[in-house]
Design a protein around this ligand. Structure first.
Ligand code: ZN
Length: 225
């Protein structure tokens, strides 16, 4: 017999970036036990894992790294292959080459197995449909479909929590602020595609999205004060 599901625990898919760090602290507020899972998938900026480990340690959260390098062996992306020049923006309805094919599907599948082994059914991921950059696996329809598939695959009632799904980047900054981690998220996370922590290079698509949201949020906060 399996032990009953521990509904007071969650597994957070954690990269050490703005979104997943905000989700980590969101989860800490709601669950007594939080596991942070990072993935080594062949990303060029492998030190993002060290940054994630440090943030998790400071937050007092159990941290694990999963070897998922097969993802970059299977498919190509400018985030994993230095010979591919990074798309600066999405062109029309095409998927930019910063998209890593299958990444979120594999990550969520692996996190689900990890969770089930620990009698956990909550998975938390920082995907967002509002700022999805053309990535199909950040959309709500994908997450709902994946949730059904996982339940069918493992006979386990997973709940995929997506606290950022309908938030803009500015609202994600606001959420971090309301969780008391605005400075931590601003200074310690790594979102930049060029591997520079904090405010980053300021120029890659990820930095531009993050910066535009930050400026929008700061302007709103200033108006309130
Ligand atoms: Zn950047």
């Amino acid at each position: 017999m399996r032990e009953p599901v521990n509904r007071d625990a969650a597994v957070v898919l954690f990269s050490g970036g703005q979104d997943s760090t905000t989700c980590l602290f969101w989860a800490k507020k709601r669950f007594a036990k939080v596991y942070a899972l990072a993935f080594s998938y062949g990303q060029k900026h492998i030190h993002e894992i060290d940054i994630a480990r440090q943030i998790a340690a400071n937050a007092g959260v159990e941290f694990h790294v999963i070897d998922a390098r097969f993802i970059s062996a299977l498919g190509s992306s400018s985030l994993t292959d230095s010979s591919i020049e990074m798309d600066r923006e999405q062109k029309g309805n095409t998927v930019p080459n910063t998209f890593v094919p299958g990444r979120n599907m594999f990550f969520i599948s692996m996190a689900a197995v990890f969770a089930r082994e620990r009698n956990v059914n909550h998975l938390v991921t920082g995907v967002s449909q509002s700022d999805f950059s053309g990535y199909p696996d950040c959309r709500d329809s994908f997450i709902k479909s994946m949730n059904v598939t996982l339940n069918e695959a493992m006979d386990w009632q997973f709940v995929i929590d997506t606290p950022l799904m309908w938030l803009t980047k500015a609202e994600t900054w606001e959420l971090a602020d309301s969780l008391g981690v605005f400075d931590l998220v601003r200074n310690e996370t790594l979102t930049c595609y060029n591997g520079i922590p904090g405010d980053g290079c300021g120029d890659c698509p990820s930095c531009r999205l993050r910066k535009a949201g930050l400026e929008e949020y700061l302007a709103k906060r200033d108006r309130k004060q």
